[in-house]
Design a protein around this ligand. Structure first.
Ligand code: 2PG
Ligand code: MG
Length: 444
């Protein structure tokens, strides 16, 4: 069994030009592999902590030299000699050594970088694709007799960006499309690109500046309302000859934690006339939208600690819409367990850096699967050329993936990686398709 002989780290840059951690792992058989950690902008309160230097003279305080140092010293000492196939042992050693509930001592960025680099080097040492190695690891933690086969995920793709990703031009953060009519991943991607180009033309026709894009490559126009963004996307779907609803459906990431006012318990929608809405108002608004528009999925419709609001939202819409908890669950099994017990949401967004290790990410995916919650593996708004999540989503048959738009190379690197995976899986490749949404309305 190859063991880890060296772990090294360096500061590199993400898609916003901010420092992040890259980790390089080397085995006793002389194989090396790299992993780079992503970073969010609309981060939730319950995420694991990303260690930043706070030194104003180095990248305005955003440097990660302390996290890099932790990898080179403490984490390397902890992990050198370990069997690289034993991911659980690797991750547990780091969790124990960190000793905090949110990984704040070593830093979730240091820990995740090491966790991912070990998985990459283990796959490279076996000369197999990462998804194959991750699939074995994922199945290892499964109930006996249940083997999950890899499956290429259905993408949900950002078309218009708002909120913290585009200078707060709109309250809602992501207006996305899901190619529910696609029969394969490559067909899904082609449909998405058609739709994106069509939206560019629609925005130009209406006099909107279509060339400006947000952090995830979605268009970032200043529209008069959130609803206007949905209407323009429907127009683009129709103009591209893709049927709204049955061919191309709509999804939202409301990211409402970021316009929620904790003191007054209200949601402040500036672009809809500065209304202060209660959770009930938000449920009513979202419910009205799902009747009016072909919306099949809503993420963070309510704020990260508004459990009662979430329960109501789920009671009202959970039977016909995918309701995803992102800030709500933070890829954390304790929070997901709470949600399952309270019947809050029916899907979980999976972000590896919200929790900080690969093994804990598997745990969240297992828990979701065991309880019938859908899972969507997601990128962050700050990304890099690292494509781990494409392999992760396939390996665990999560069903869905959210990467951002079909612009900017940190996004395309992952879409392209999925094309290669589809080819590697060959004729046996299963595509999760619209079935991943588990909605009766799509089974017509
Ligand atoms: C989200 C993500 C990705 P961020 O809210 O789902 O779109 O954004 O990485 O900024 O948290
Ligand atoms: Mg989100």
């Amino acid at each position: 069994m190859p063991t880890l002989t060296k772990l090294w780290a360096r500061e590199v840059l993400d898609s916003r030009g901010r420092p992040t951690v890259e980790v390089e792992a080397t085995t006793s058989t002389g194989v090396s592999a790299l992993a780079i950690v992503p970073s969010g902008a609309s981060t939730g309160r319950h995420e694991a902590l990303e260690l930043r230097d706070g030194d104003p003279h180095h990248y305005g305080g955003l440097g990660v030299r302390r996290a890099v140092e932790k990898v080179r010293t403490e984490i390397a000492q902890l992990l050198v000699g370990v069997d690289v196939d034993n991911q659980r042992e690797v991750d547990e050693r780091m969790i124990r050594c960190d000793g905090t509930p949110n990984k704040s001592r070593l830093g979730a960025n240091a820990i995740l970088g090491a966790s991912l680099a070990v998985a990459h080097v283990a796959a490279a040492a076996r000369r197999e694709p990462l998804w194959a190695h991750l699939n074995r690891l994922y199945n290892h933690g499964n109930e006996p007799n249940e083997t999950i086969a890899p499956s290429v995920p259905l993408p949900m793709v950002n078309m218009i960006s708002g909120g913290l990703h585009a200078g707060r031009n709109l309250d809602f953060q992501d207006f996305l499309v899901i190619p529910v009519g696609a029969k394969s991943y490559s067909q899904a991607l082609a449909m998405i690109c058609e739709c994106y180009r069509s939206l560019g033309r629609v925005l130009a026709k209406h006099g909107e500046e279509a060339t400006l894009v947000g952090d995830e490559g979605g268009y970032g126009p200043k529209l008069k309302s959130n609803a206007r963004a949905v209407e323009l996307i429907i127009e683009a779907i129709e103009a591209a000859g893709l049927r709204p609803g049955s061919g191309m459906a709509i999804a939202l990431d409301v990211a409402s934690t970021h316009f929620y006012d904790v003191d007054t318990n209200t949601y402040r929608l500036s672009s809809d006339g500065s209304l202060a809405r209660t959770a009930d108002d938000m449920v009513a608004l979202l419910s009205e939208w799902t009747e009016k528009y072909p919306i099949v999925s809503i993420e963070d419709g309510l704020a990260e600690d508004d459990w009662n609001g979430w329960e109501k939202l789920t009671r009202q819409l959970g039977g016909r819409v995918q309701l995803i908890g992102d800030d709500l669950f933070a890829t954390n099994t304790a929070r997901l367990t709470h949600g399952i017990e309270q019947s809050a949401a029916n899907a979980v967004l999976i972000k590896i850096n919200q929790i900080g290790t690969l093994s804990e990410t598997f745990d969240a995916l297992h828990l979701a699967r065991a309880n019938g919650y859908r899972a969507i593996v997601s990128a962050r708004s700050g990304e890099t050329e690292d494509t781990t999540i494409a392999d992760l989503a396939t390996a665990t048959a999560a069903g869905q993936i959210k990467i951002g738009s079909v612009a900017r190379s940190e996004r395309l690197a992952k879409y392209n990686r999925l094309l290669r995976i589809e080819e590697e899986l060959g004729t046996g490749a299963t595509f999760a398709g619209a079935g991943a949404l588990k909605l009766k309305s799509l089974h017509a």
